[in-house]
Design a protein around this ligand. Structure first.
Ligand SMILES: [Zn+2]
Length: 391
C-alpha cells in the first residue's frame, strides 16, 4: 500500500491510497473458493471518506482469476459495490447526510454532482425497501400528498398500528391518486411477504377514488373515514359561510367582536349575518365532539343530533356537509372501537413535505420517493456504517 498527497489543481489536495498485491499472489475463485492464479488485472479507483480536509481516493489493482472449473472470473473488492465509484463507507456517509440536508447541499459539501448521489440513494433505498417485511400490516392509512408546487399529487400508504405500539411507517408511495393507486399497493404487498386480505382497516378521506380503490383491492378492509378529513370539510364549510357573509358585505372582524357583546348596537340584518357565523362556528365545535364519545352508539346519537341541527341551520355549506356525513355514516363511526386515526399520516405528510423541499430539483418522482422512504420508511440499510450507531 502506498499513499500520497497530490495537488488537485485548486487549493485543496487530494489523498490517494494505492492498494496492490504481490506478484504470484493467489485469490479465491468467487464461485468455488478454490485458490487461483491471477489472469490479469485492472486498476480501479473509489472515492472514500475525506481524510481531514483532503478528498481521499482508494485505487487498487483488481485481479481477474483463472479457475480450472469456472474459467476467468472478476474478483470483487470488499470495500465497494461492483460498478460503484465510491467505497461503502463513503456511501454510508452520503446516506446519513441526505437524511439531514438537501441532496444538492450534500453534493456541494463533498464535491460530487448530485446525480451521482441520487444514484447511491436510490440503490440503497430500493434494496432496503424491497427487503421490507409487511407480513404484520393490519391497518393502513391512505392519503394524497402534494409532490410539486403545481399541485401534482401522489398517493401514500402508511402503516398504522391500532395498538399504538409501533411507530408509523411509510410503506408505499406512487404517483397519481386514483383507485388504481390502491391496487398498486395491494400488488406490492405480494413482494413483501404479505397479501391484500390481511388489511383489516383502511383509513381514507371521502374521495370516491380511494373508496373504490379499497373496495376493489383491499376487500377485507373496514373503511374508516378519518376524523381529520371530516373536520377538514367542517373547516371548509365555515370558510364558505364566511365568504358568503363577506359577499353580503358583513364586517367579519366586527362580527367576532359582536359575538362577545355590543349586541344592542347592531342593526337587525347585521345581527342575522353575525348569527350565521356564530352558528357555523358552533356547528364545527359540536361536530368535533363526535369523537369524544366512548362508543359508536353514543357517538351515533350525537352525530344524528348534529345532522338535524345542521339541516335546520339554513347554512347551505353545513346542510351539504350533513348530507355528506349521512352518506358516509358507517365509515365515520368505524373510528370506534379501535379509535382508528390517521394522525400518523399527518406526521408522515409533514416529513414528505420536508423531503420535498430537501429534494428540491429532484427531477423525477423516483428520487423523491427514495428520499421519502429513507426518511419515513424505517428502512434498515445493509451497509457498513462509519458511525457508532447504525444508520
Ligand atoms: Zn471456481
Amino acid at each position: 500500500m502506498r499513499s500520497g498527497l497530490e495537488d488537485s489543481g485548486g487549493q485543496s489536495k487530494v489523498l490517494y491510497v494505492d492498494i496492490d498485491f504481490e506478484e504470484g499472489s493467489r485469490f479465491a475463485c468467487p464461485s468455488c473458493g478454490r485458490p487461483c492464479a491471477v489472469y490479469d488485472s485492472e486498476v480501479k479507483r473509489w472515492r472514500h471518506m475525506n481524510f481531514w480536509q483532503h478528498a481521499t481516493f482508494l485505487s487498487a489493482r483488481v485481479p481477474r482469476v483463472e479457475c480450472p472449473e469456472h474459467k476467468v472470473r472478476q474478483l470483487e473488492v470488499p470495500w465497494a459495490r461492483p460498478e460503484s465509484g465510491f467505497t461503502l463507507m463513503f456511501e454510508a456517509l452520503i446516506m446519513a447526510l441526505v437524511r439531514e440536508m438537501p441532496v444538492a447541499a450534500v453534493g456541494a459539501l463533498v464535491g460530487e454532482h448530485d446525480t451521482r448521489l441520487w444514484r447511491i440513494v436510490r440503490h440503497y433505498v430500493a434494496k432496503a425497501h424491497a427487503a421490507q417485511d409487511w407480513s404484520e400490516v393490519a391497518a393502513v392509512a391512505i392519503d394524497e400528498t402534494a409532490t410539486r408546487k403545481g399541485q401534482r399529487y401522489a398517493t401514500v400508504v402508511v402503516e398504522i398500528d391500532l395498538e399504538m405500539k409501533r411507530e408509523a411507517r411509510l410503506l408505499f408511495m406512487t404517483p397519481e391518486r386514483t383507485a388504481a393507486s390502491v391496487g398498486e399497493f395491494a400488488e406490492a404487498m405480494g413482494v413483501h411477504g404479505a397479501s391484500a386480505p390481511q388489511v383489516q382497516v383502511a383509513a381514507i378521506d371521502m374521495s370516491p377514488a380511494y373508496q373504490k380503490g379499497v373496495a376493489e383491492h383491499l376487500p377485507q378492509a373496514q373503511v374508516v373515514f378519518d376524523r381529520f378529513h371530516v373536520m377538514k370539510l367542517a373547516g371548509e364549510a365555515v370558510d364558505a359561510v364566511r365568504r358568503a357573509l363577506r359577499a353580503q358585505g358583513a364586517d367579519l372582524k366586527g362580527a367576532m367582536w359582536a359575538l362577545r357583546g355590543n349586541w344592542q348596537n347592531l342593526k337587525q340584518e347585521q345581527r342575522e349575518l353575525r348569527l350565521d357565523l356564530g352558528r357555523a362556528l358552533a356547528l364545527r365545535e359540536s361536530l368535533q365532539d363526535t369523537w369524544q364519545w366512548p362508543g359508536p352508539a353514543s357517538a351515533a346519537l350525537h352525530l344524528k343530533g348534529w345532522c338535524s341541527w345542521a339541516a335546520r341551520s339554513r347554512l347551505l355549506p353545513f346542510q351539504k356537509l350533513a348530507r355528506t356525513i349521512k352518506s358516509h355514516w358507517d365509515g365515520i363511526l368505524a373510528f370506534f372501537p379501535h379509535h382508528v386515526t390517521s394522525a400518523a399520516i399527518e406526521a408522515i405528510n409533514g416529513i414528505i413535505q420536508t423531503a420535498r423541499r430537501r429534494a428540491r430539483g429532484f427531477r423525477n418522482f423516483l428520487n423523491l420517493q427514495a428520499i421519502c422512504y429513507w426518511m419515513a420508511g424505517r428502512l434498515k440499510l445493509s451497509i457498513p456504517s462509519p458511525f457508532a450507531h447504525p444508520i
